[in-house]
Design a protein around this ligand. Structure first.
Ligand code: ASP
Length: 344
């Protein structure tokens, strides 16, 4: 009996394991550990269509975003600042669906959404239908820091950006050749398949792809942020899950930080990011179990495509997705970026 009691006591006292990016457990979390996890969307181009150069360029951008966030965290900066720093790099790259290079609406223009949440205070800021702000994630930050509101849209949101001198760009800055061709392709496909308007457009996998980040800083605080151009060929005024706190983004030091990517309508109806945190809070399940259940079972059963990156206060990471792949990356104190695109 005694050895058994001793074993139980030892197991109870053991520190929570520190999960590696590939899901394996590794060393326990040291007091000064920090971690940044990012995604570049679950809209992965099929393997035979992605040239080695394109793959290299996407990975290099993910690396740059990880290193930008790492620089903030390594000097003892806040998770919130690391999330913004990483997302800005992805917004500035034409390769991802956020900021420059965002997907086009049915009318051929770019309208962007972003949100940010601080796990320590549960303060949040978000913006939607943004057309000129170079880095919508910075505008989300302004909404959080400088207004009593959580979500500002369109012209009003852009007024706030102007008041605080955020860099603005002409509409053409955000539009790339690749996105024009993508819109043409999607619209042609739709013409040839006159569809049920409820199902129209948003089923195509190449319609998704967004950027997001979650971080844990040296002070033990979590933060999450997401930025997107939304879904290609979206109808006038459509807003997805990314700027909606609880659907596409959520952070709470008590549970986890989450950023999602995928078919936003399903993330909105499933309140995906908050559902993961709620499972942890109310059912006491682990991050991995909560995130896997919400994405791989609930989202999948509802017919939604996508994935999330999720991080808890012990530094455990979960990155479930039910698409062919999800651009993703992790960086820890050693400063070595880890990135992956497909399931392997
Ligand atoms: N979730 C985004 C939206 O629906 C799109 C994406 O993640 O790719 O607007």
């Amino acid at each position: 009996m005694r050895p058994l009691l001793l074993l139980c006591a030892t197991l109870l006292l053991m520190p929570a394991p520190f999960a590696r990016a590939d899901g394996q457990q590794s060393a326990p979390r040291a007091a000064d550990d920090f971690i940044l996890v990012i995604h570049g969307g679950a809209g992965v181009v099929p393997k035979d269509e992605l040239t080695p150069e394109q793959e290299k360029a996407s990975r290099a951008t993910l690396d740059a975003a990880l290193l930008a966030g790492h620089a903030v965290l390594a000097r003892g900066g806040r998770s919130l600042d690391a999330v913004v720093a990483a997302i800005k790099i992805l917004e500035d790259s034409p390769l991802f669906n956020a900021g420059k290079g965002s997907v086009l609406t049915a009318d051929g223009i770019v309208t962007m959404d972003a949100s940010l949440m601080d796990g320590a205070t549960r303060q949040a800021g978000a913006c939607a239908d943004i057309r000129h702000v170079k880095n919508p994630i910075e505008l989300a930050r302004l909404v959080m820091d400088k207004t009593p509101h959580v979500l500002l849209t369109g012209e009003g949101a852009e007024r706030l950006a102007k008041e605080h001198s955020l860099p603005l760009m002409p509409a053409e800055y955000f539009i790339t050749e690749h996105r024009k061709l993508q819109l043409q392709r999607v619209q042609e496909r739709e013409k040839s398949r006159p569809a049920d308007p409820k199902k129209a457009q948003l089923n195509s996998l190449d319609a998704i792809g967004t950027v997001g980040a979650v971080a844990l800083d040296k002070h033990g605080n979590l933060a999450a942020g997401t930025s997107t151009g939304g879904m290609v060929n979206k109808r006038f005024g459509r807003v997805g899950d990314s700027p909606v706190i609880g659907a596409g983004t959520y952070a709470n030091n008590l549970t986890c930080a989450v950023s999602g990517t995928g078919h936003g309508e399903f993330f909105l109806r499933g309140v995906v990011a908050y559902d993961i945190a709620a499972k942890m809070e109310y059912q006491g399940v682990t991050l991995t179990n909560a995130a896997t259940d919400v994405v791989m079972r609930k989202l999948t059963e509802a017919g939604g495509k996508g994935g999330v990156i999720a991080l808890d206060r012990q530094g455990n990471v979960a990155m479930p997705f039910n698409t062919e792949g999800m651009y993703r990356g992790v960086i820890r104190p050693d400063g070595k970026p880890w990135t992956a695109i497909r399931k392997d």
